[in-house]
Design a protein around this ligand. Structure first.
Ligand SMILES: *Cc1c(COP(=O)(O)O)cnc(C)c1O
Length: 612
């Protein structure tokens, strides 16, 4: 029926021997079919008319008994005609682009976040877990940056097979919670995805677990993405398919799916595959553009966690897909992915994770290549995963205002265009220096232009003073600073009664901690000392000496977020006064004492104003 064949040395295997890598050269395996035999069995009419579901593609799958499929109704994801993005990207483009309004290309988005666990991986997990069940697995295991493990966990729980997964300890918490909720046994590994992958492979050999992940059977499930695209475009392949590459498995799977559909006479031409990676982690893109083999990167880092893979398991397959299809490969900066992510959400109402947004960022680059050739192309961008999966890198872009439930204040945000100060901007833009501002007129013009906000004369004067202050301190104000300047000038930030200027804490092995704190309270500076059970207590006790009591500390909570590179401690402190007022203050910092002091300061100031 089918064989597993090594893509390196060509050696063939039965699935009972190996279904992961070649036993002699360790290259990936690919499943080869006797397509003529399969074609005899294919019912083209049914295929063309039946609704999309896993079982309708059985003729293309290495499954013995389709009644035993382990499925969660994956696939059947929407294909959106992205008219607005297309118009915008063409209008922003230079030169030839957009001559006739929208250019001559059409752009579609295939939203894979609509799969049961929020990523295209489910197509492959359907196949892998169906095979694992068929082969009588006692347990499955896999390594992952998060999405693969979430998907394998869900399908393993569906199949009733125990599941063990390992992820880098930087994996976003949303994905971890998802994995654990499906009941998998999760190990966070101090290291990269590739460290986790080596560990899990050894574990599977030692304990006899079935190793799942980017291997041959997964590809067979993920092929259905191509089948669906062909069907959704009325049995025609698009001209280009843009997909992000991590291990490179998916782009190969899509390519294989199109090749099979052509072999079976269901489409008459093939698309060109366009692969995308993060600029800081682009081993496949570099290999393709330099015409060589993939060279691994030791310590990769991109905010797009799902494609943060330095040593891609299926690099060779991905290169083959790009080369055979005469495609392209692009590198995308992290900032450009975040910008594309926002654009997709705003223009087309689709929220995808940064890895998925990379394909739309690459669309702009593809247009630069193909425009001018007069080509009327249909382009599909694969949005590989759902946006909610990984919000850790996106959340810091936003700072929605927190206000009292007060009509005037709410109205002010709307009528004065204050929301414009809260819209996300990318790091590179945030850090851009402001032009020279000499007069209040200069400030008025810039603030109006950037944010649509009209400042009053005294506000302009205040703002101009702050800009000068930045310059005097040797740090010229940036676009990000301008937001703070405008906000402060408009009195959006209340002047705080308590301000902690500096502090120092000392710890001892066998006695209480000591602190020395410099605060401004009611406009007057004080230096006070305090003691306490630990450094946080010592610092807060010192501050309490100045502000006197009149309030009670009700609750103190510490949370540690270990996402990304800089682990942050988040502290919340709840204070109440004798009048039933109760406020929560928050502080965040890499350092627990700083975070606690900030939370206390914040809570105290809010409580103070509540008392009036
Ligand atoms: C897994 C994944 C990728 C990368 O796919 P590969 O098959 O590893 O190349 C891209 N985006 C998302 C959201 C993913 O989960």
């Amino acid at each position: 029926m089918y064989k597993l064949k090594c893509i390196g040395c060509g050696k063939e295997y039965d699935e009972k021997e190996t279904c992961t890598v070649c036993l002699s050269c360790r290259n990936p395996l690919d499943i080869v079919y006797d397509y003529d035999k399969r074609l005899e069995k294919l019912d083209v009419r049914t295929l063309k008319t039946a609704e999309i579901c896993a079982s309708k593609y059985m003729s293309f799958y290495p499954i013995k008994d389709y009644r035993k499929l382990v499925t969660l109704n994956e696939g059947g994801t929407p294909l959106y005609d992205a008219l607005r993005i297309n118009r915008k990207v063409n209008a922003d483009g230079s030169g030839e682009r957009g001559k006739n309004g929208t250019g001559s290309t059409r752009l579609f988005l295939k939203y894979e976040g609509a799969n049961p666990t929020g990523a295209f991986k489910d197509r492959g997990s359907m196949m892998e877990l169906s095979k694992a069940a068929e082969l009588g697995a006692k347990a499955v295991c896999c390594a992952s940056t998060g999405n693969m493990a979430a998907s394998v966990s869900a399908y393993a729980s569906r199949a009733g097979i125990p599941c063990y997964v390992a992820v880098p300890d930087t994996a976003p918490s949303g994905k971890l919670v998802q994995i654990l909720s499906y009941g998998a046994n999760l190990l966070k590994v101090r290291g990269t995805y590739n460290d986790a992958a080596r560990l899990v492979e050894a574990l599977s050999n030692k304990l006899g677990f079935v190793l799942t992940g980017d291997y041959a059977f997964r590809v067979e499930g993920q092929k259905s993405l191509a089948y669906e695209l062909a069907e959704q475009l009325n049995f025609k392949a698009p001209d280009y398919v843009i997909a992000p590459m991590g291990c490179g498995t998916n782009i190969w799977a899509i390519w294989k799916g199109f090749r099979e559909f052509r072999q079976f006479g269901l489409i008459d031409k093939l698309p060109r595959m366009v692969g995308v990676q993060a600029a800081s982690c682009a081993p496949i893109v570099k290999a393709f553009n330099d015409g060589r083999e993939v060279m691994p990167i030791a310590k990769p880092y991109t905010i797009a966690g799902a494609i943060n893979i330095g040593d891609p398991l299926d690099g060779r397959k991905a290169l083959a897909a790009l080369r055979e299809s005469k495609g392209y490969a692009f590198e995308i900066e992290d900032d450009a992915m975040l910008e594309a992510q926002q654009m997709i959400a705003r223009q087309e109402s689709v929220f995808t994770e940064p890895s998925g947004a990379a394909s739309v960022a690459a669309y702009q680059k593809l247009l630069d290549r193909i425009n001018g050739s007069g080509e009327e192309a249909t382009v599909v961008c694969v949005l590989t995963g759902a946006g909610l999966k990984d919000i850790g890198c996106v959340a810091p872009l936003f700072a929605p205002p927190t206000i009292e439930p007060n009509l005037e204040e709410a109205e002010r945000y709307i009528t004065k265009n204050l929301f414009n100060l809260k819209s996300p901007i990318s790091r590179s833009v945030r850090e851009t220096k402001l032009p020279v501002l000499k007069t209040t007129g200069d400030v008025a013009k810039l603030v109006k232009e950037k944010y649509g906000i009209v400042l009053e004369q005294r506000e302009l004067q205040y703002a101009l003073g702050m800009v000068a202050d930045f310059a005097r301190k040797g740090k010229p104000a940036t676009v990000d600073d301008l937001k703070a300047i405008v906000e402060e000038s408009m009195g959006a930030m209340q002047k705080n009664v308590l301000e902690v200027i500096d502090f120092e804490v000392r710890n001892f092995a066998h006695r209480e901690s000591e602190s020395r704190v410099k605060v401004r309270f009611n406009g007057k500076e004080h230096v006070v000392e305090g003691r306490g059970d630990g450094p946080v207590d010592a610092a807060i006790n010192a501050i309490r000496k100045i502000v006197k009591d009149g309030f009670t500390l009700i609750d103190y909570n510490v949370g540690i977020s270990s996402g990304g590179t800089d682990a942050t401690v988040g502290v919340t402190i709840t204070l109440s006064d004798g009048n039933g007022n109760r406020v929560v203050g928050r502080g965040a910092s890499p350092d627990i004492v700083s975070a606690s002091v900030k939370a206390f300061e914040n809570a105290f100031n809010v409580l103070f104003y509540k008392k009036g």
